[in-house]
Design a binder for this molecule. Structure first.
Ligand SMILES: Cc1cc2nc3c(=O)[nH]c(=O)nc-3n(C[C@H](O)[C@H](O)[C@H](O)COP(=O)(O)O)c2cc1C
Length: 207
């Protein structure tokens, strides 16, 4: 520990302001990232939904590595897109298949109200044209890492959510990380298998 000469208090070192040397692109995105809870009434094109899914969990290397770091490259996360009326995809709940950069439709119809009901009626979820739900299949991690694998999967969800936030800043699309919801109710709405736990809901909408 660095200490002051006259006391044993740790010495405070004032750091240069990040702006002093001019912000890089990524620093600009970080500086402008905020949780946004109100959205324009404008749908998201399919191409934009695709970009968010790729940012969250897309393949970014020839070896199949993804945009998020993952302990042991075991990739425990699943992403669902809950799509309402007026977007570039038919209303429904879709599962992202990262390996093929594709979607499978799991449930047809606009399920936003049902998902919002499972999320303590937070209005962002019913109002946003699209929400992404991040869930974890813990056994993919605990098989190798035991109980600690749960922590690793949860950490990875944070990486995925931050990727979604930062792409949103770039595209003028707001999001808000939502962790307050009834797990069992969200599982029912998304029809998740028993070994898959919901971690985050991220509504998406133009600002
Ligand atoms: C794990 C976690 C859970 C959160 N859950 C909710 C939530 O359920 N509803 C909500 O409106 N915001 C939620 N937030 C967003 C925080 O309220 C927000 O990040 C915080 O107020 C700081 O604001 P900022 O993101 O704009 O910097 C959550 C954030 C995190 C990291």
């Amino acid at each position: 520990m660095v200490t002051n000469d006259f006391t044993d208090l740790p010495m405070k070192i004032k750091l240069p302001e990040p702006e002093a040397s001019g912000l890089s692109r990524i620093e600009e995105l970080l500086a402008n990232r905020r949780s946004v809870r109100k959205y324009a009434e404008k749908g998201l094109p399919e191409e934009v939904i695709s970009r968010f899914l790729w940012a969250a969990q897309g393949i970014s290397s020839g070896e199949g590595l993804r945009t998020c770091p993952s302990a042991g490259a075991l990739y425990p996360l699943e992403i669902h897109a809950v799509v309402g009326e007026g977007n570039g995809l038919e209303p429904g709940i879709y599962r992202y298949v990262a390996e093929e950069h594709a979607l499978t439709q799991e449930i047809p119809g606009d399920m936003r109200e049902k998902l919002a009901g499972a999320a303590l009626s937070q209005p962002m979820v019913s109002k946003a044209p699209v929400s992404l739900a991040i869930s974890a299949v813990y056994p993919r991690m605990t098989g190798k890492y035991g109980k600690r694998g749960i922590r690793y999967a949860n950490m990875e969800a944070g990486h995925a959510a931050q990727n979604i936030y930062l792409l949103g800043v770039e595209l003028g699309i707001g999001t808000c990380a939502i962790g307050a919801f009834e797990d069992d109710d969200v599982k029912k709405v998304l029809k998740l298998p028993a070994n898959e736990e919901p971690l985050y809901i991220l509504p998406l909408g133009y600002i």
